[in-house]
Write a protein that binds this ligand. Structure first.
Ligand SMILES: *Cc1c(COP(=O)(O)O)cnc(C)c1O
Length: 388
């Protein structure tokens, strides 16, 4: 091997625009690159490392499990999988859980579940799902179709049929789309992540809930990014006082290992029967043991800390030089800056602070347990870079 960069460029498919940095190790919200340079991480590997790098409790849960049993297939029972499903249902009021390996796979499951529910109850044809413009639901052909951004709907066609797109926070359009289409579900993120850290209004989410209940349309909340403590509540929908029919999540729940979850509510309790859906790796005992450790620690105390840290960031950045607006919720924040987000990300990285982008904004998704010390140091650098 020559060096990491040129070997990667030569042998890895060029689907990513990578930054010229290679990391070797870390601890908590600190990362080290191959040259030994240290960084404070405000990105968590895109909201994945919920408790930062190499978290001790998570590491213990994962290594203990990997030393006992790493995989069995879904032909058999394993304890970590059952325990995690029980914990998730206790914490959310949902009734059943399906485990996959990614956000896209969780959303595929939600789409199949919604269509199956409707098919079983109403017969063929009632299969359209309303999603929102500027949403992001994944990279498979079907979840790309569900993603309400035209740029994702070229080159790879034909796409899965049966998705129509509503402008976020537009109640009239929502009502018109429900009237004009034979709908079985409405799927949305309560804070659009990739779409620019846009938080849906309470009023719009209440209207989705109202019309869905009236017409027996399923409320499907994509919590792949907003879930697992990210918004300051356990799940983002809990900020809105609704109880969805389907909740999907991934990213942070595995603490860094791949795990996708589709949670099904009361109405959906018996929707799946043996053979209707599946996944070879789904519910892997190592991933589930790690996720159990993560989920059992996202309690009221941790969520209060998430909210305190959020308030700190918002108060530091709101009205600061070069900042036009701060959007989002909890530790999922977008910063609209006067300078281009790309320049800020690059310069912050040079100064040892990792941040992300979302459309034209700088996006922050720090580990939920980042220390105030690290957070203060990182925000100080970020403010200087933004205000330059
Ligand atoms: C990241 C993301 C996905 C896709 O998750 P993958 O694990 O990359 O498949 C889906 N929905 C939302 C809201 C996301 O943020």
């Amino acid at each position: 091997m020559k060096d990491i960069f040129s070997t990667d460029k030569e042998f890895i498919a060029h689907t990513y625009g990578r930054f010229p940095v290679a990391f070797t190790e870390g601890k908590g919200s600190r990362l080290k690159d191959v040259d030994g340079k240290e960084y404070i991480d405000l990105g968590s590997g895109i909201a994945v490392n919920a408790f930062g790098i190499a978290d001790d409790e998570w590491k213990k849960a994962v290594t203990e499990q990997i030393g006992k049993l790493q995989h069995t297939s879904n032909l058999y029972y394993t304890e970590p999988c059952a325990k995690l499903a029980e914990l998730l249902c206790e914490k959310t009021g949902m009734k059943k859980v399906f485990f996959g390996n990614s956000g896209a796979e969780a959303n595929e499951c939600a789409i199949k579940a919604a269509r199956l529910y409707s098919y079983t109850k109403y017969g063929e044809g009632r299969s359209t799902i309303i999603t929102l413009k500027n949403s992001f639901h994944g990279r498979t052909i079907t979840t790309l179709a569900a993603t309400g951004q035209d740029t994702f709907h070229t080159k790879f066609g034909p796409f899965t049929e049966g998705f129509v797109y509503c402008e976020a926070d537009n109640k009239e359009e929502l009502n018109r789309l429900v009237k004009e289409n034979n709908c079985c579900g409405i799927m949305f993120e309560v804070v659009q992540g990739e779409g620019g850290v846009y938080r849906l209004s309470n009023d719009f989410v209440a209207e989705i809930d109202r019309i869905a209940k009236e017409k027996d349309i399923l409320v499907i909340v994509d919590e792949v990014q907003t879930g697992n403590g990210r918004t300051g509540k356990l799940y983002g929908y809990m900020n809105y006082g609704i109880q969805p029919d389907v909740v999907t999540t991934a990213k942070g729940i595995g603490g860094g290992l791949p795990l996708g979850v589709c949670m099904l509510g009361e109405k959906m309790n018996d929707v799946f029967t043996p053979g209707t859906h599946g996944s070879t790796f789904g519910g892997n005992p190592v991933c589930c043991a790690g996720a159990y450790s993560i989920m059992s620690r996202i309690d009221d105390k941790l969520l209060a800390e998430v909210n305190e840290k959020s308030e700190f960031i918002v108060s530091e950045l709101s009205g600061a030089k070069g900042v036009k607006a701060v959007t989002g919720m909890g530790l999922m924040l977008g910063i609209e800056t006067e300078r281009p987000a790309g320049d800020i990300i690059k310069e912050a990285m040079e100064r040892g602070v990792l941040v992300l982008s979302a459309k034209t904004k700088v996006r922050l998704l720090p580990p939920l347990n980042i220390t105030m010390e690290d957070l203060k140091a990182a925000i100080k650098v970020l403010k200087e870079v933004i205000g330059k």
